[in-house]
Unconditional design. Structure first.
Lengths: 403, 403
């Protein structure tokens, strides 16, 4: 059932330990589900309870610690020996008396790690303030170091197999975008379009199935295009609406996001103009991308391309993406923005999303790309333009079964 | 665009402030997205960045603070005045230099709350260890109190409109279960069944659309039925497989979970026997439920019903459910387990899921119910039995469009 060859997991572990050594960390407690998956293969929707992967500098296999009912899932999805899977009893779950981190601290002490230097992911969704305090209380002789993003930075360069997974995710993203776009017309509802998108995302292709994306499809419509993170309602689409569709194809937890803006019927001149500016900006940025440059140079290329039109973008233009779990498909490492001096290297992968949001409208058009030896490879090939849909539902050549 | 009448939000806020007063909290920083939604109406997929709702004991409206690009969404989904929507700049997002909580602390000081008693949700997914430390560092004169679940406990008794939303979610759950079950047969893949389920969950009915559930459909198959939180793969189903389907219908963020176990072709005698035991247990528990009893009495009823068959269940039997966001549809308050002395009251709502997991197999059958004046109301009416599916795909009366 392993997703990658065991040698790939061991290479990832080796690089993690090198980074631990550089930072003076002897024991690393990994609570980010994407990092747990990356190093061990663990894949289950159990991150709503406290759990972790423990990487110990001088031990060959990491240890998984979680809820008792999830131990079987850990045994079946990870590469470690069964005795490396440890669990806490169920009465520790969502209790205001017992806390899993107190139990886990006791286990760490018994393993002889009570006085070591312990790395924790301090700014990560599934490592709560209370989790940290309970660890500190119950490991009074340990010293703690912030290891937020230690593993995330190792994830930033993908292996060839990871790239292949992302190509599959890209194919799924294209199909889902097409299914969504062809459901957007007078008479259908936002939820109908979202349902068509989800069907394609999860079904995948004949050759390979889809996985759930870490963020649901977002579908802000009409005035709400000014608010990028609204999901869908059961309102009907109407002629004249603009609709932003942002989604990601996902294959075995690897993501390829894709965003487009759709106009139902004739778009406003303003929207057409904005679409031209954004497309030109995207092309100028992609032409600049290659190994050896700083990431901030891409922001500079965008700024040069758009400032002549009076466009000033406050928010970042994109971020590293790949393996992930809800609530985010971004890797929380490099961002395409001013000041980011990450040097581009082959097999880095970015979601480049120069969205523009104003008081009463907005536009999104995005691409996910890989840095190659001398430029970029696109993961999707969907028309890079403002999509104009007929307000009337006509049978078309949509790949979506539902339309 | 408000989901509930403004008076309902104000009643919720009043009860929150009463609880704050009892606990000596002057300013409550709410970071749980379900609690933010419950008090303000805020609904967007933006919880992957730091954000909060600030409830101040002596001020009539709460304050929303989040990322600049999400402020428009807050203005359009909440009941507060626009000037109650405040934002931090984008360069604070996923940066290792700037932290949003440092900015927010500064805002709180400028509002005059720098020396007050501040409640924070210490054990909540979206309040990280670092978020807490940054608040403490930047509000050195404030004192902090743990307010985990303060608002969750107010959510435990539903209003009539919330119950109506859950009835709609129940209808969606039934349809999705039917769509999933009818896709489970030789030749289809786990991802095909998950896609059919998702389509129904999101489309909803002709009368009302569906919303995304806080947990994806889970579909452990074959030996993996021993591991409840595995999602789906692209493996083909085979005759003789048992498949556990656990899902939730969702309407405007309100959930009704539902689980069943499906056998493709003739089930083993063992599975049939387990299904009988679980069904009998469910019936005995539901017969006992009514206002005035302790929640732990339901666990007692289960134990009495099943111990004669040699069944001993280690994990809890269920939990309060309702409005929620990923990664959980449970409310983190009352659990159906030994020692829980919550007194049942009308309009409490529970997901009762007495799953049994063994070394190599497992079974799930669940019901979501409301406590009425004298017993219970079920939110779904799906056959309470082991579902036996023909291994061969035959056209049937499935409500799912895809089968």
């Amino acid at each position: 059932m392993l997703t990658f060859d065991i040698l790939e997991y061991q290479e990832r572990l080796k690089r993690t330990k090198e980074s631990m050594e550089r930072q003076g960390i002897e024991v690393l407690l990994i609570t980010d589900p994407a990092n747990m998956n990356y190093l061990s293969g663990y894949d289950a929707w159990s991150f709503y309870v406290h759990q972790m992967l423990v990487v110990i500098l001088d031990e060959p296999q990491p240890i998984w610690i979680g809820r008792l009912m999830d131990a079987n899932g850990a045994k079946s999805t990870t590469w470690m020996y069964d005795e490396k899977i440890l669990a806490y009893p169920d009465y520790y779950v969502h209790s205001d008396v017992y806390h899993p981190m107190a139990y886990i601290a006791e286990m760490l002490k018994q393993m002889g790690h009570g006085k070591r230097t312990i790395g924790v992911e301090m700014d990560q969704y599934y490592f709560s303030a209370k989790a940290y305090i309970k660890l500190q209380e119950n490991l009074p002789d340990a010293s703690f170091k912030d290891a937020t993003s230690l593993v995330n930075w190792i994830r930033i360069i993908k292996s060839d197999q990871e790239i292949e997974f992302m190509r599959r995710a890209g194919k799924i993203a294209e199909n889902a975008m097409q299914a969504g776009v062809s459901t957007i017309h007078n008479g259908s509802r936002e939820c109908d379009a979202a349902a068509s998108i989800y069907y394609e995302l999860v079904k995948g292709t004949e050759e390979f199935g889809g996985d759930y994306p870490s963020i649901v499809p977002m579908l802000p419509t009409g005035e709400n295009t000014s608010a990028p993170h609204l999901t869908w309602s059961d309102q009907h689409f109407e002629e004249g609406n603009a609709v932003i569709v942002e989604l990601a194809g996902c294959y075995k937890r690897y993501h390829v996001p894709l965003a487009r803006t759709v106009s139902i019927g004739q778009p406003t001149e303003r929207l057409e103009r904005l679409a031209d500016i954004v497309r030109e900006g995207i092309e100028n940025v992609l032409a600049r991308a290659k190994p050896g440059i700083y990431l901030e140079e891409l922001e500079e290329a965008w700024r040069e391309s758009t400032k002549k039109y009076g466009i000033e973008k406050e928010s970042r233009l994109g971020y590293s993406t790949g393996v992930n779990y809800p609530p985010d498909w971004g890797e929380h490492t490099a961002s395409i923005r001013k000041g980011d001096q990450t040097v581009l290297q082959p097999n880095m992968t970015f979601h480049f999303i120069p969205g523009l949001w104003f008081d009463n409208d907005g536009i999104e058009m995005s691409e996910t790309f890989r840095v190659t030896e001398d430029g970029v490879e696109m993961f999707t090939h969907y028309p890079r333009e403002l999509i104009i849909q007929s307000p009337y539902h006509l049978p078309d050549d949509s790949k979506g079964i539902i339309s």
